[in-house]
Design a protein around this ligand. Sequence first.
Ligand code: PMP
Length: 382
Amino acid sequence: MTPSTTGCVLPVRPELADEVPYGAPQLDVPVLLNVNENPYPPSEEVVASIAAAVADAARGLNRYPDREFRTLRTALAAYLAREAGVTGLDADHLWAANGSNEVMLHLLQAFGGPGRTALSFAPTYSMYPEYARDTNTGWVAGRREEDFTLDPDAAVRLLREVRPAVVLLPSPNNPTGTALPLETVRTLLAAARTTGPDGPDGAPTASVVVVDEAYAEFRRAGTPSALTLLAEHPHLAVTRTMSKAFGMAGARLGYLAAAPALVDALRVVRLPYHLSAVTQAVALAALAHTDALMAQVASLREERDGLVAWLAAQGLQVVPSDANFVLFGTFEARHEVWQQLLDRGVLIREVGPPGWLRVSVGTPEETRTFCEALADVLRGPG
Ligand code: PMP
């Protein structure tokens, strides 16, 4: 007999009572274009390298992993220096965790908390308010313009009004694909030096400005990374991930670059040994194959530009994209369009402002299947 559970009420935090776990549907469909993954699996050579590194790590699994993972941090610093053309980065400037999701949680654990606020500009990545909720940090979402860009003057006004501990600025933004001009980031960084909560002496602290560059490697020419601003800005953190351009979403490795003092604050809140020996081994082995793993980034960019042009040619609105996905619309009944694409074996994402849909850039064959399916849906019945 099943024991009765009546009379036993779990003390779930009241603000979580009606919440459901975050996540897009994971469906078994031929064409998966819904979570901005890289469609190209690692080559057999990379797989062999990763397998050998994991075997090596397995021999030491009776021990806890290197808590400070300095070898990995050094390798990530070298990668960023090369990718963004910056100098002066070393292990002390780097931090990593299980996906940039966890890096962001560390940021809010260290700088947010009760009585403090995180600020971003909607529409934006839907996990941000969840990090705020989970760390008891207040959440304020300003608005982006009609074309999803950010008005720097309005953003600075909001910074001064809200005085956030943390500002989350995705560039390129998800779900719109919009990158921030470096000038806008500079303007916000200048204002943010004194827009944080009051410090112990009553004087205002800085707001920590997080530029979330999860999709940065897909940016179009002429959009420099915010990493180039790091040297002069101790309150800037630039987050990245191996989930997208590297095609390593399954490895769960996100990271950031910031001044060593900012990184030290994150070291305080991380769980001991949060990055497993296996994760460290996989990430290091993958980084040794950066060129092979990134070989498709250029073609994905081209594929994206082709997709933007094709969608526009269908008479649809398309948001210019610096990422590996495209937001398009608008549809009076977007759910029906999403469903009819799914019926044709193509899974995309129903996300963003009403009427819009987001599609990830796949292989040329996947993109072709998506375009054929969408053209069919747009023609309508009969
Ligand atoms: N930032 C943005 C803007 C994202 O879109 C995502 C993933 N969809 C992430 C961060 C988190 O990615 P991950 O945890 O895989 O690094």
